[in-house]
Design a binder for this molecule. Structure first.
Ligand code: HEM
Length: 229
């Protein structure tokens, strides 16, 4: 359910604050960086000492560090390019698409950093000492790392200043990598869910419906019949 709540929150924010995000995008980037720093510091303290938070602050921290807010922003970026551009919601999303992609990327950096460090410092030595290699865990970590590496140039070239310095053909070609990125993110999340003791069917079907609908919409949009119009 946390994922659904995050998606609803991000959708409402993007719909009702479209012009505010467009105008004050740096404020939104700075807020995202600030939240990212706080969650990273908390995670480091949690791993290295006994610091713990409870209740609502913990709920919020989980939303950010587990990647829910980030994936919600990415989903809006995806659908901005897949829905009918005549619809009001699509026009709104398209007008702030780059900003939403930048916010999504900022929010995933602490997630990738913390889980990567945890993997190297805590999980790998344990695997070597016990000899037990959890295959699904390794698989989703590797898929996550590849997705993150693909995301970096997409993130950097989303900034208008950098985009302006690039030839538009080159920029478009690079941005096509976003499809591989979305696919890997879905695989990353799918393996995580399959790795859980009890599969959360609501979560599994929500992600599958969202990524599946996106794929179908994009295929329809790129079909020769649609391209004529
Ligand atoms: C840009 C790339 C990435 C995206 C968009 C992403 C997204 C997500 C999302 C949405 C979840 C929550 C899945 C759920 O339970 O509903 C998640 C979980 C997780 N991700 Fe990533 N991830 C990325 C990269 C990485 C990287 C690089 C690592 C590690 C090196 C990683 C490690 C993990 C782990 C360990 C979890 C499980 C967290 C938990 O349940 O406490 N991810 N990821």
């Amino acid at each position: 359910m946390i994922f659904i709540y995050s998606l609803i929150f991000v959708l409402l924010l993007s719909f009702f604050f479209t012009s505010n995000i467009k105008k004050n995008y740096w404020t939104y980037y700075l807020i995202s960086i600030f939240i990212g720093i706080i969650t990273t510091v908390y995670e480091v303290l949690r791993i290295t000492s006994d610091v713990k938070i409870y209740g609502f602050p913990l709920f919020l921290e989980k939303i950010f560090i587990r990647g829910y807010i980030s994936i919600a922003f990415f989903i809006l970026v995806m659908f901005a390019g897949a829905l009918n551009p005549k619809w009001k919601i699509t026009r709104k999303l398209l007008s702030i698409r780059a900003e939403l992609a930048i916010i999504a990327s900022i929010f995933i950096i602490p997630h990738a950093l913390i889980y990567f460090v945890r993997f190297i410092v805590l999980k790998l030595p344990k695997m070597f000492s016990t000899g037990v290699i959890p295959k699904l865990y390794i698989a989703y970590i590797i898929v996550g790392i590849i997705a993150f590496v693909i995301m970096i140039p997409l993130f950097i070239t989303s900034f208008k200043k950098i985009r302006r310095k690039m030839q538009s053909g080159k920029w478009r070609k690079l941005q096509k990598r976003a499809y591989i990125f979305y696919f890997l993110v879905y695989v990353h999340i799918l393996i995580i869910m399959l790795n859980e003791k009890e599969i959360d069917l609501l979560k599994l079907s929500s992600y599958t419906i969202i990524f599946g609908t996106y794929t179908i919409l994009k295929l329809i949009k790129s079909s020769p019949a649609e391209l004529k119009y």
